[in-house]
Design a protein around this ligand. Structure first.
Ligand code: KIV
Ligand code: ZN
Length: 511
């Protein structure tokens, strides 16, 4: 059995420090409920002295968690902070005070303006002071990533002797490299007496994009608590992302000698919840929870995934609560992906027709970044309507604008192989196109109705035009056409109505 790695979630404290990510108490309670549903071990609920709102959040989350998680209040190494945290945690069943101060030369000289000896004294004092209130006291050695290793070991030795139950080694500025950070944790394990009796925590930031790697290097070298946030929220470039370390431990647990109790199927829900509440969008290519994490776009990848998901996916989307692998249809998609999606939508084309379907798909895909199901539906319907086309619109080109005479040139082929290219002017581009079509076809229909609607999403949506034309005998014929260009949709709809009119006339005449 591998070691149990505690997941300490600080979304509600460090995560909330992300510019623009602040949450009120009600919102924090909703996130805390989700953290409990996920079985995180420790919830850092806030910094009680910082505001009445943070105080209340720590208090309420302490009540909510009951026995299910340790609830933590952050403090500086200052008595009044610790008093306030203890008060906020008084109703919690498993309270922990998280106290500490900076230990790097930068923090000692420039921020705290104290000597190393004074730092050790304050560290001991804050742990002892917190111990008067709670048994479980976690000490953070802020900026440990840039501290002198010998001094860091001295501070950690002192706080363990003072009664700390957890020692937190933060790389506050995200400065370290994974191997060096791992060596720091190993150095502590080798040189600090009694460290085997406390929990070693790692709290790493993402300034060099290495927060997850740093945390795992810590685990490889003796840490058994990882501090992290949903979606990697946090100061500056953020903290270690909870979903990343949890899934890395799930997949590489044997190598890392660790496992967590987190219900991984809740990760996507947690990510979306936090994103919605904080208004902080998750980047599409974010590991584990990004919108594209299980989306495949290139034809080669799509073909591979359709043959066997594992060719391009290391995680089963269901394991993180994601909807499933997604095949993004675009101009890069191949036959396999299109055939698969069409078949899921209930359209199965014989091999002899499929090439044609694929060519039409490519035409649409060339005009759109992504081809949605609605685009496919409309493509198929258009195709079904046009199988018996007498006239086929090959292309339409228009010149228009407030300083030009609207002119349309249409290229139409007919059922006997004739090619017709005609240009006309009109009151607008659609009128010009219709006049040009009229010149080619052998019949004329009076336009009675013309309606346009967007049938797919986005600025590059497909527009469907429906027209109704009246024949000489007053009968009405409906035509539909769709395209991303509304003039093209209009011309297609008109040709479609004309075709129906001719077909009906022919069948009446028994032709
Ligand atoms: O980054 C950091 O050092 C912190 C401490 C308060 C744990 O957030
Ligand atoms: Zn931090």
């Amino acid at each position: 059995m591998t070691r149990k790695i505690d997941i300490f979630d600080t979304t509600l404290r460090d995560g909330e420090q992300s510019p623009g990510a602040s949450m009120n108490t009600e919102e924090k309670l909703i996130v805390a409920q989700q953290l409990l549903r996920m079985h995180v071990d420790v919830i850092e609920a806030g910094f009680p002295i910082s505001s009445p709102g943070d105080f209340r959040s720590v208090q309420e989350i302490g009540r909510l968690a009951g026995d299910d998680a340790v609830v933590v209040g952050l403090t500086r190494a200052v008595d009044k902070d610790i008093d306030r945290a203890a008060e906020a945690l008084s109703c919690a069943k498993r309270p922990r005070i998280h106290t500490g101060l900076g230990v790097s030369p930068q923090h000692l000289a420039d921020k705290l303006r104290i000597s190393e000896d004074e730092c050790v004294e304050r560290a001991i004092r804050c742990v002892r002071y917190a111990k008067r209130y709670v048994e479980d006291v976690q000490f953070y050695a802020e900026d440990a990533g840039r501290a002198d290793q010998g001094f860091l070991e001295r501070v950690i030795q002192a706080v363990i002797e003072a009664g700390a139950t957890v020692v937190n080694i933060p790389d506050t500025t995200g400065y370290q490299m994974p191997a060096a950070f791992g060596a720091r944790i190993k150095g502590l394990c080798d040189n600090v007496r009694g460290i085997e009796n406390v929990t070693i925590a790692v709290h790493t930031h993402n300034d060099l994009g290495m927060a997850t790697a740093l945390a795992l290097a810590g685990v490889e070298n003796g840490a058994t608590q990882i501090e992290c946030t949903i979606n990697g929220l946090g100061e500056r470039a953020g903290n270690t992302a909870l979903e990343e370390v949890v899934m890395a431990l799930r997949m590489h647990g044997d190598e890392l000698d660790g496992h967590t109790d987190v219900v991984t199927q809740e990760l996507t829900r947690a990510s979306r919840l936090v994103s919605r509440i904080t208004g902080m969008q998750v980047q599409a290519n974010k590991a584990i929870v990004g919108a594209n994490a299980f989306a495949h776009s290139s034809g080669i990848h799509q073909d591979g995934v359709l043959k066997s998901r594992g060719t391009y996916e290391i995680i089963d989307p269901a394991d993180v609560g994601a909807a499933g692998s997604e095949i993004i249809l675009s101009a890069r998609s191949g036959h396999a992906a299109l055939r698969h999606r069409l078949s899921e939508l209930g359209y199965n084309f014989p091999e002899s027709e499929f090439d044609d379907v694929y060519q039409r798909f490519l035409e649409i895909a060339d005009q759109k970044k992504e081809v949605f199901d609605e685009d496919l539906e409309s493509m198929v319907q258009e195709r079904q309507r046009d199988v018996t086309a007498i006239y086929a619109l090959e292309s339409v080109q228009v010149v228009c604008g407030d300083a030009a005479i609207p002119t349309a040139t249409v290229h139409i082929t007919d059922e006997v192989g004739g090619e017709h290219v005609v240009a006309c002017t009109g009151t607008g581009p659609v009128d010009a196109a219709y006049k040009a079509i009229d010149k080619v076809v052998s019949v004329h229909g009076d336009l009675q109705e013309f309606a346009v609607k967007a049938i797919t999403r986005g600025i590059d949506a497909i527009g469907e035009v429906t027209v109704r034309i009246a024949a000489g005998d007053g009968r009405l014929y409906t035509g539909r056409g769709s395209d991303t260009d509304i003039v093209v949709s209009s011309a297609k709809a008109y040709v479609n109505a004309i075709n129906r009119m001719i077909q009906t006339t022919r069948s009446k005449q028994g032709k």
